[in-house]
Design a protein around this ligand. Sequence first.
Ligand code: 7TS
Length: 423
Amino acid sequence: MSTIVTAMESTRDHTASAGYDVQRIRADFPILSRRVNGKPLVYLDNAATTQKPLAVMDAISRYYRQDNANIHRGVHELSVRATEAYEAARTRVQQFLGAARPEEIVFVRGATEGINLVAQSYGRPRLQQGDEVLITTMEHHSNIVPWQMVCEQTGARLRVVPISDAGEIDLDEYAALLGPRTRIVAVTHVSNALGTMNPVWAMIDLAHRQGAVVLVDGAQAVAHVSVDVAKLDCDFYVFSGHKIYGPTGVGVLYGRKELLDAMPPYQGGGDMIRSVSFEKTTYGDVPYKFEAGTPNISGGIGLAAALEYVQRIGLEAIAAWEHDLLAYATAALTAMPQVRIFGTAREKASVLSFVVEGVHPHDVGTILDREGIAVRAGHHCAQPVMQRFGVPATARASFGLYNTREEVDALVAAVRRVIEVFN
Ligand code: 7TS
């Protein structure tokens, strides 16, 4: 294994200390010590993207300083080292997701590209007039639009599972929508707009009984809950590196090997072929068949460093920490009569969406920004969720492994200020 990965071993071991040492964790993220608008940064926009620890920046920098070369093609030392590091990253992802084999891990640009790949490469050749694709009301646009496109191309019908006022899926309603025409179910593991954690294991089981395959959108899940694709028994699972403390521009599609084997390539080009002639081209094996062109090599290496970082702290410890922050923030905002929270599911992760009565969420976001507090305000690329709840937008605080109760206090104080300013 190359120095790129071994560099990670120098990372401080947070689990060695008793309890969760958030200050030590924060010290790994240089950006957290900067000031914004004269105030210490309070970064609560982790559902949009997370900040990066030194371990990730160092792994990428070390790769470019010491080992940069193209992969899978060179005989020279650097190419061999770069290839080893990239393939070691694939193995790290495999282990992180509990996948049976490294070939089941396809590197993509992000969750969005992973979903488009499955829609076009799995869905398009199979779907026919009268077939159904089932999604839910709480999907991010990237788990809606690719399915609408493939339905338009094939004549299949898109059906949508409703959600309750709490932002939950009713499993009976879901089961009633599943039928012999359902070919594909695509569901988010955790909602980016509401924070709902869906009972995906039960949904997968019910879908399989009808013979449908299931894609789980894990973009908002992997950084907050331990995922095991073998235990879930899902057919496809996607996530983005940048939402789990890794770099932008790299993500993962997990696919069951038999399914990937049977799917045609998504894009053509170098690195995905076995042989090319003008008469006949044959394709490489999975996962390379789906990785046309020079991939995001440094991105894969940075992602592996991020996963190792998260695993060192431990997802259970992270989940417990974030759960406390979410409960603490929810209690404080619930106590304010002028604040309405969207998404009150029993199982939630990391996301707190809210509206301050009579104040546009963009104004909330702007006032918070003046206090150095970063939240997202808008429709969160989940317009059907906004339509379901009858609002154009919400403000959204989303927590990461480095956030603190003091930061929640700052958020709550700033929301109080919003109420004062507008009254
Ligand atoms: N699925 C979910 C559930 C998401 O939250 C997002 C991004 C995506 C897919 C797409 O991920 P990408 O990395 O391919 O863009 N969600 C958000 C968000 O909530 N705010 O900014 C991006």
